[in-house]
Design a protein around this ligand. Sequence first.
Ligand code: NI
Length: 152
Amino acid sequence: MERENLIRFGVSMPESLIKQFDHEIASRGYENRSEALRDLVRKSFLGPEHLQASQCVAGTIVMVYQHEAADLSASLTTLQHQYHEVVISTMHIHLNADQCLEILVVNGKLSRLRKLHQSIQVQKGVLFAELSVTHVEKEKASLHHGPDSILK
Ligand code: NI
């Protein structure tokens, strides 16, 4: 990957805000303000309002559900088969006697991922389902990522 030029600029902030910021970034393990600010700016561009439905993205769908709800496990499996081209990997954790946590790693068109997420969310017995986007493809989507294409 080619290195980009770094551009310096001055930022003015109220003293109380900068104190809070320094405290916060130290607790998150950042070495300096620039590093923390860069991450904040990058993350702000991953917000749903900046993404278009046609964009190719990678992320996760995290859900918690009652596994004994009628036919739910079967419907969720069927759904994942219907969307097999965007579901890269799944992890299933039996949380307790009646609840399961499932994490899907997804990669594909945002519109398709939103549809999958919505279909999961409306199932009876699904207590929580969240789609989060962690990476946006710059060019055409490729299912195979090198380690440097994943954001920190
Ligand atoms: Ni389970």
